[in-house]
Design a protein around this ligand. Structure first.
Ligand code: AMP
Length: 384
């Protein structure tokens, strides 16, 4: 399925191309058509599934309709934390950047002055954390009586953080007639009470957490000093059983360096990253898919949306700073229940990244011992 199949309008399709998204994620496939039809949604999905675009894209599309070009705030998105609110705001700006809509970001911990000013200019979409929004409502800086679309993101986390009363107060100020999108990673009895009150004949969408794919993939860690990573990569690739491998680096420069070194060692490799033209990227991908290129070296951004069947080896040459990115990376292998292997190089400066990854996976990735480039000083003890 493509974004065109979801009947998105051209400004949004253009924005998605700019973002480098090639196809919708499962939650986007399911949620976008329902939201465009005006249905309420009860979505069970975690960060990393593409849930933000799943609601932001159809809301932007609906806001572009003539009947929704009314005065006042038309969409309200509530998020539990400032970080999440910021990300959602960024997403709205990125996807809707040529749609002539205005967005306001409201959160606590900073002066309210700038936020009040931005509200005064008249905005279409407000993205807010509950406490500060309620504050501004009580001071009459925000009126929510023109809301048509309401999103409650990460509702379970909001409840955990003690926002339930704030949320209830905010909800009483919303018009009865509106479309509501309710997202929560878990559905507890308390959440159920809220959804029963808030949602009308909702469509339920359940997306498996990204985590579970990780279970199918064999994973291992090589403890290695930075300067030995090149040698270790060449050593691993001597194994002829590895038909093709996707190698991840954190930076574009890093990707180019790895390719150069592999080519020097007669291993056919190509890089795919943001500094390459669309043509060069497509060529590299084609070569990798038809197996004339054995190794594809990618940065995280460039690798999004790359769909390679029968990829059986992922190598994290550098660990990502975000643990969720690790799960995305290794999810490139072991597709559809097939077996896959993902190995990661961890140098002493990356041990904290590994710790976060282990926490997310809820287990310690096993160390691969006995390779010629081991660094005993930083090994597994630090990984606990
Ligand atoms: P979210 O689950 O909304 O936090 O999104 C996780 C990440 O996936 C974000 O960095 C998005 O930019 C990215 N993303 C969302 N949709 C897609 C898509 N269809 N293709 C590639 N990346 C996407």
């Amino acid at each position: 399925m493509t974004f065109q199949d979801l009947n998105l309008i051209t400004p949004l399709l253009d924005a998605l191309t700019r973002q480098g998204y090639s196809k919708p994620t499962p939650i986007q496939e399911k949620a976008i058509p329902c939201i465009l039809e005006g249905k309420d949604i009860l979505g069970c999905a975690q960060t990393g599934t593409g849930k933000t675009a799943a609601f932001a894209l159809p809301i932007l599309q609906l806001l572009s309709k003539p009947e929704n070009k009314t005065q006042g705030i038309k969409a309200l998105v509530l998020a539990p934390t400032r970080e999440l609110a910021l990300q959602i705001h960024e997403s709205f700006k990125a996807y809707g950047n040529n749609m002539n809509l205005k967005y306001a970001l409201i959160f606590g911990g900073v002066s309210q002055h700038g936020q009040v000013n931005s509200l005064r200019t008249g905005v279409d979409v407000v993205i807010a954390t509950p406490g500060r929004l309620l504050d501004l409502m009580q001071q009459r800086h925000v009126k929510l009586n023109s809301i048509k679309f309401f999103v409650l993101d990460e509702a379970d986390r909001m409840l955990d953080m003690g926002f339930i009363n704030d949320i209830k107060k905010i909800i009483t100020q919303l018009p009865a007639k509106k479309q509501t999108i309710f997202l929560s990673a878990t559905i507890s009895p308390e959440i159920r009470k809220l959804t029963d009150k808030l949602l009308q004949h909702p469509v339920s969408i359940n997306i498996e957490p990204v985590k579970s794919t990780a279970a199918l993939i064999q994973q291992g860690i090589y403890y290695v000093n930075k300067e030995n990573k090149k040698a270790l990569l060449n050593h691993i690739l001597k194994d002829a059983m590895i038909e093709n491998a996707l190698v991840f680096t954190r930076t574009k420069r890093g990707a180019d360096k790895v390719v150069k070194d592999l080519n020097k060692n007669k291993i056919k490799a190509e890089a795919i990253h943001g500094n390459k033209s669309q043509n060069a990227r497509e060529r590299a991908l084609k070569g990798f898919k038809n197996k004339t290129t054995r190794v594809l070296v990618a940065t995280d951004i460039a690798s999004r949306g790359i769909d390679i069947d029968s990829l059986n080896y992922v190598i994290n040459y550098e660990l990502p700073e975000e643990a969720a990115t690790y799960v995305h990376r290794i999810g490139r292998t072991g597709r559809a229940g097939a077996s896959g292997t993902a190995v990661s190089f961890c140098s002493p400066d990356e041990v904290t990244y590994l710790r976060d990854i282990n926490k997310l996976l809820n287990r310690n990735i096993e160390e691969i011992k006995g390779h010629p480039f081991g660094n005993n000083g930083t090994a597994a003890s630090k990984n606990k």
